[in-house]
Design a protein around this ligand. Sequence first.
Ligand code: ZN
Length: 280
Amino acid sequence: MAPEARVIRVGDIDVTALLDSVVLCDARQFLPLFGQEMLLSYGDAAEAPLVRLPTTCFLARSGSKNILFDTGIGNRGRSGEAMGYLDRRLREIRVAPEDIDLVVNTHMHNDHVGWNTVDDERGTAVPFFPSATFLFQAAEADHWLRPERIDQPGHQHLRQCVMALAEAGKAKFCSADESIDRQINFVSTPGHTPGHVAIGIYSAGERAMILGDVTHYQAQLDHPEWSPVWDTDPKQSAATRQRMFEELSSSGSVVAAGHWPYPGFGRILQVEHTRIFQAV
Ligand SMILES: [Zn+2]
């Protein structure tokens, strides 16, 4: 059965969680040094050594604009990849692809840019959201779109879901200190990738943070140093994660964590020496 869309209100802005896909990953592979400990202390024994990793995208309705944050894994089903269902999730809430005004990618990994484009009948990548402008970070482009990276095996998404949009004049490459609109900002959070950004929403005295890949699993609340192999710079990502968890628990901001159990909305609370997640 399709998961129900979950919506939270942040001041004047509605944020809807849209589950694109769920994959099972072997903790001993993505966390070689600590995977076994993670499975023992935090894993679901029935699924060990696998850990469930959802990919959730978030749609914000801000003023009259629909802004989509990350686009999941897409529908190409490249080898070893899951299929994504963001298209269905949008249909279920009666949002058509042409209703999306802005797409914001927190970084350029394949599970975050997938639905930016689909292949037409000739196999050409075309924008899935025909009216949208696509915002990327210039620092991501500087890292990922270099000749030595763009054609590496497993990097087809860079040409299909980023370059194709740049060539169509639909992409804008931003710096992290620009604003997305009056109430929504990028938050520089490097480490997972060099130009990774979270998204800060500040509206009518309320705040929320779309975390992107600052974190992949809740065990990192206790162990921010448990950086998965997907982090480009594991030391920097651990420092960023620690800083963000501290800020978010002291500000009481609502978080939207796309790889935590769906829908990933909640607060990070500091209770004595432990950090806990309280879903909302
Ligand atoms: Zn991811």
